[in-house]
Ligand binder design. Structure first.
Ligand SMILES: [Zn+2]
Length: 126
């Protein structure tokens, strides 16, 4: 289940045992401390003012920081706790159908059918 609350919090549930573990990003983890230049570079690139060199720097720095993050023990990055929660009901499984325009597969309940043709949302809109 995806709930867009803008938080990096994940709950994993074992339906067989009803155990649930909640994982949240530690507030002590701050990527800006790990790589203070990253935010400025990202700002330049996102605003379209970055030079090719800055774009390359951002790419390389992102890779380096990603590698550094992967080396951090998970219990320093995340807070984990066992939680009690109501187990969500199983969702219906929808089959995938093929978009007639882009050829990509789309969940049937999100597909749009018009004049006998199946379309995904982006193709339908645009
Ligand atoms: Zn499509």
């Amino acid at each position: 289940m995806f709930k867009d609350h803008g938080k990096q919090v994940y709950t994993f549930i074992n339906r067989n045992t009803n155990e649930a573990v909640k994982v949240s990003l530690n507030d002590s983890f701050n990527v800006d401390i790990l790589a203070p230049q990253l935010e400025k570079l990202r700002g330049s690139v996102n605003s379209g003012t970055a030079t090719d060199l800055e774009k390359e720097d951002l790419k390389q720095m992102t890779e380096e920081v990603s590698e550094e993050i992967l080396e951090i023990p998970y219990n320093k990055l995340f807070h984990t706790e066992h939680v009690e929660m109501d187990i969500p009901k199983k969702t219906m499984n929808f089959k995938n159908v093929k978009c007639s325009k882009c050829g990509e597969m789309v969940s049937e309940h999100r597909a749009i059918k018009m004049e006998g043709k199946i379309s995904c949302i982006p193709c339908f809109k645009g």
